[in-house]
Design a protein around this ligand. Structure first.
Ligand code: SAM
Length: 316
């Protein structure tokens, strides 16, 4: 289905829970989480995804909060896998629960993993994440390849004076393996405004002039792709603040509290709860269509933007 600006919506991001194991300061508020008992159920997430599939969605990303905290995660994945129109299922995780799980995730039907890792130094990693273990992430990456995931994407939010001294080390990870490191500009959706600590994509390219731009893998991808000559993997720049990609945006988000958010950088949301109470899917599909039509033309991340939800609630 097209929105009113002619963008075709094919990509649904499901925030399975607001709960998270970690407390990355740029992402997560201390309180205000949707309690577990109020989260959409397995059946509700599947019903919503089936309804989206009927109006053109082909790709689903599972995120959160930490999606791996959902006990029914494997059922959610296999349930989505059974929807014929869905061609790709991916998940973004902090990697803390990944060790031991990759074979089951793969068997359930997950196609790809994005793992968030903001530092390759154990102590710094723990500090940024409020106690996370880098070792679990590194083990998770190894196991993901061993389980047959062909590609692993690593999400790195670059913060000035915090982890911007590690870009060489991150890029080196792409030398021999099909790893894509994605440097993400900080967006104003955390607890505090950190505009001064944002490292832009342009700054990164200035620091690494050896990076060669390569063609995007698909139309509308948010990352601009680069590669070190001779390296196997890639480096992606996701710079929504300095380099808007709204004109090609093909995605909408549904959060664990039953709200549909047409744009990450816009507070407008639509409740699906009433439509979910009806047995017939007609009301649900109509609710999705109403929200998609009203997807804003661009995000409104400016210095004045005041996010009503943190990234951990919306789902990155
Ligand atoms: N818990 C999972 C994880 O850590 O990957 C999934 C949810 S997390 C909200 C998804 C992604 O959003 C992570 O890669 C995280 O680094 C990124 N993120 C969170 N807050 C952000 C912000 N304010 N600006 C840019 N990216 C952010």
């Amino acid at each position: 289905m097209n929105d009113r600006f002619g963008r075709t919506i094919t990509y649904l991001r499901l925030s399975l829970t607001e709960r998270c194991t970690l407390k990355c300061a740029y992402c997560r508020a201390q309180d205000g989480d949707c309690p577990k008992k109020s989260e959409l159920t397995l059946d509700e997430f599947l019903r919503i995804t089936r309804a989206f599939a009927q109006i053109g969605v082909k790709k689903v990303r599972l995120t959160g909060g930490e999606p791996m905290l959902r006990r029914d995660l494997l059922q959610i994945i296999s349930g989505i896998r059974a929807i014929p129109q869905i061609q790709e299922i991916t998940m973004t995780t902090n990697g803390q629960h990944l060790p031991g799980m990759s074979p089951a995730l793969r068997a359930a039907g997950l196609d790809r993993l994005n793992i968030s890792v903001d530092s390759l130094k154990p102590e710094k990693f723990a500090k940024i994440t409020g106690g996370g273990s880098l070792n679990l992430v590194l083990t998770g990456i190894e196991e993901a390849f061993a389980a047959g995931f062909p590609l692993v994407k690593l999400n790195v939010v670059l913060l000035r004076g915090v982890n911007d001294d590690e870009t060489d080390d991150f890029i080196a990870l792409t030398r021999d393996r099909n790893i894509q490191v994605r440097f993400i500009e900080y967006m104003p959706l955390g607890e505090t405004d950190r505009a001064e600590s944002r490292v832009t994509g342009a700054e990164l390219l200035q620091k690494h002039p050896e990076l060669v731009e390569i063609a995007p893998s698909y139309k509308g991808q948010p990352a601009r792709d680069y590669q070190m000559p001779g390296y196997v993997g890639k480096v992606g720049l996701i710079d929504p603040m300095s380099h808007r990609f709204c004109a090609d945006c093909n995605r909408v988000r549904v959060m664990s509290d039953g709200m549909l958010r047409p744009c990450l950088g816009y507070n407008q949301e639509f409740s699906l709860k009433e439509a979910l109470d009806q047995e017939d899917d007609g009301a649900l599909i109509a609710a999705l269509q109403i929200a998609i039509v009203q997807k804003p033309q661009t995000h409104c991340f400016t210095e004045e933007f005041s996010a009503q939800k943190t990234m951990s609630r919306i789902g990155g």
